[in-house]
Design a protein around this ligand. Structure first.
Ligand code: 5AD
Ligand code: SF4
Length: 429
């Protein structure tokens, strides 16, 4: 989400005549896009701004964007010296006004206002992280209020873009030569636009399932989507994938815990059995859908037996990848009021134990790719070797293979001969 936000800010500034540089020392304006979902975001921001303030040469204008900006607002000026302006998560469309105001009037400008109705969600070709892959936001915000999570507070309520806007964006990206799009949102499958515009005539048990079929109909080569919310994950999504070759073999479905008691305390809205049912449907698909997830260990009140349920869950599901986090309290969330009673050493132990169970299981499940042929989008030359290319498979694995630069931007068949936990190695068929 944050990469996509940064790309749109860069697009908007480039359109106003600003030149984008990644060289901090050469910049007249430095923008820091913050994320406070997990990390010690404020401390990071503090040291980043400190570094800019203490570096030699003329001082750039410093603007803070993203979740920390939205949550802290003007208090950031008091907490961290050296910030000129603060721009909330929905105010990014007014970035140039914030910069101009700061250049003219100095520090102290903040805008935490709403998104403008005609906000442009498109990203210019030059500002994308890849010429062949583009993010397409379909829903912003979150209504779920999981008790540990800051997102509903930093990003506000769910608002879906109309399907006609999304489809227009996808068609334009296709025209520009983009091969793979990622439909993105905190919970893509909670997609619920105010009007049916663009979805007329498309079948689907939910608006998201209809949207998938509508986007597949644009003919764009590959479509991925994330993140999915388990409670709203309707089996018709799997049907849509099976019907459309360009819907890719990858679903990211964060489970968070294997214990019903912890899931209830997290207010996730799903039980472990209901989650397993969705996993079973995905695993029994005619397509080889790769599964990834997020898991939190050490949530308040998590007993050894609850943790063991998470271990069993990981063994049952056989994820291709899993992001495991140690619970950390976020001020302002309901869980912040709970007793953070799991000792840091226990959190660390559980983290390592679960990671080790996951790695073992992952080694087993990834074997199915050995000697298989995967369709890989050749995205860039490998950082390690000039003769190697790297890209993602339809199942969203990083795949490295020998190949010439002329292949960049093409989907090629790669036969897999080696498997590492974070990437696969293969040769062109
Ligand atoms: N502590 C630990 N992990 C968290 N996540 C979100 N909030 C917290 C928190 N307070 C994790 C969840 C989520 C992922 C994006 O970050 O697993 O799915
Ligand atoms: Fe956070 Fe839960 Fe919303 Fe995901 S669904 S963004 S974890 S509140």
């Amino acid at each position: 989400m944050n990469v996509s936000d940064s790309e749109r800010v860069a697009t908007s500034l480039a359109g106003k005549g600003y030149e984008i540089t990644r060289d901090e020392k050469a910049a007249d304006v430095v923008l820091i896009n913050t994320c406070s979902v997990r990390e010690k975001a404020e401390q990071k921001l503090y040291s980043r701004v400190g570094r800019i303030r203490h570096s030699d040469g003329p001082k750039p204008v410093v603007g803070v964007l993203g979740c920390v900006a939205q949550l802290e607002g003007e208090t950031l000026f008091k907490k961290i010296e050296g910030i000129d302006f603060v721009l909330g998560t929905k105010a990014v469309g007014r970035i140039s006004q914030a910069i101009e105001h700061s250049l003219e009037n100095g520090a102290g400008y903040s805008d935490l206002g709403e998104r403008e109705p005609d906000y442009d969600w498109n990203v210019a070709d030059a500002q994308r992280h890849s010429p062949y892959v583009a993010f397409v936001p379909i829903i912003e915000g979150c209504n779920k209020f999981c008790t540990y999570c800051i997102v509903p507070f930093s990003r506000g309520r769910e608002v879906s873009l109309t399907a006609s806007t999304i489809i227009r964006n996808v068609l334009e990206l296709r025209r520009q030569g983009v091969k793979e799009i990622h439909l993105i949102g905190q919970n893509v499958n909670s997609y619920r636009p105010l009007s049916d515009a663009g979805l007329e005539g498309f079948a689907g048990a939910t608006p998201f399932a209809k949207l998938l079929r509508a986007v597949a109909g644009t003919g764009i080569e590959r479509i991925k989507f994330n993140t999915s919310f388990p409670r709203d994950f309707h089996p018709d999504i799997v049907d849509a994938i099976e019907e459309n070759e360009n819907l890719c073999n990858w679903v990211h479905l964060p489970v968070q815990s294997g214990s019903d008691k912890v899931l209830r305390a997290m207010r996730r809205g799903h039980t472990i059995q209901s989650y397993f049912k969705k996993i079973d449907r995905l695993k029994s698909s005619t397509r080889d859908i790769s599964l990834s997830t997020d898991i939190i260990v050490g949530f308040p009140g998590e007993t050894d037996s609850d943790f063991l349920d998470s271990v069993k869950m990981v063994e049952y599901c056989g994820f291709d990848s899993a992001y495991i986090f140690k619970y950390s309290p976020r001020p302002g969330t309901p869980a912040y009021e709970m007793n953070d009673d799991i000792a840091p050493e226990t959190k660390a132990e559980r983290f390592l134990a679960l990671e080790s169970v996951f790695r073992k299981r992952q080694t087993e499940v990834l074997q199915r790719y050995r000697s298989s042929t995967l369709q890989v989008l050749a995205e860039k030359s490998s950082a390690k070797s000039a003769t190697d290319l790297t890209g993602h498979s339809t199942c969203h694995k990083v795949v490295n293979f020998k190949g010439s630069k002329e292949l960049l931007g093409n989907v090629v068949n790669v036969s897999i001969f080696d498997i590492k936990s974070n990437s696969l190695f293969g040769e062109l068929c």
